[in-house]
Write a protein that binds this ligand. Sequence first.
Ligand code: AQP
Length: 334
Amino acid sequence: MAKRIFSGIQPTGTLHIGNYLGAIRNWVDLQRQAECIYCVVDYHAITIDVDPKTLRSASHSMALDLLACGVDPARSILFVQADVPQHTELAWILSCVTSYGDVARMTQFKDKSEKQEFVTAGLFTYPILQAADILMYRADGVPVGEDQVQHLELSRRIARRFNSRFGEVFPEPEPIVTKGARIMSLADPTSKMSKSAGEAHYVGVMEREASIRRKVRSAVTDVGLAPGETMSPGVANLFLILDIACELVGDATTVAELRADFVEGKLLYSRLKDTVFERLMDVLRPIQERRAKLAASGEVLDILGDGARRATAIAEETMSDVRRRVGLGSSDVG
Ligand code: AQP
């Protein structure tokens, strides 16, 4: 079992149910078992063109979303990445023990760069910054969705290479991937639910009930079956969302009932969609209510300030060890 957990999320756009069901609910659960460090990764957000006027408020907003989902500052460290600039220092050092070929193999760069007119070098090297985020805290477990597993493999390779060159410093982090690690778009169930694909392709955790109802009701169910499939990707995706939502609200019977009806060929997709909507709202409603209270309380800045102080103490300890081992600087001071 992992002893120290690290994970991050970009403050680009709104938290969606793919993020929540695939990763953030695990962040919340893991707080009971391990020391957890969670980060709003604003350095990652600037790998694409973001509006400097809104980035800080987007970071605050994402922190509020995470707190509303159950990240508990009394148990975990929650901070904004750029408040601990040691992350970029470690990323540079790690980039000097990372092979170009290893970074060039990352499939997410291929997908993301195709959507950009101006492709930054930062978009290419961001998996090294991600390795720095994780290794900085010597985390051994990283709760993520499936799309991040390849990056975790790179983080392990980087840790190994650093350790063999400079001595054992970093544990090799393992991905923690559970059910829901790949929630698909309701509008196109052959692609991952994602913010950048546009509003129709995600359901926001804080989205208005009427809008969620409309998106779930219009979910695509009939894209056809691939050879060997008994359930179309759209229906399978709805069942997956329902399954996790039922688990979260302690409903042990609904999924089995609907599955039995599906097998017997008597399940109306309108009933499946209505049930998904209802269970999803059972999960999201309390989160939305908590979010409203937290926003009104104005305590998010204090929480992030405290998180940054605690994260900096750990980061500085790692960095003074790393600088000394690599031979950087003129002395051990600073
Ligand atoms: N569809 C998904 N299903 C399950 N998990 C997912 N994650 C993202 N999409 C899904 C997981 O959420 C965590 C935070 O992700 P991020 O900050 O890297 O955001 P992202 O992957 O950039 O999310 P999007 O929506 O896909 O953004 P765009 O469209 O901008 O790329 C991660 O653990 C991720 O695995």
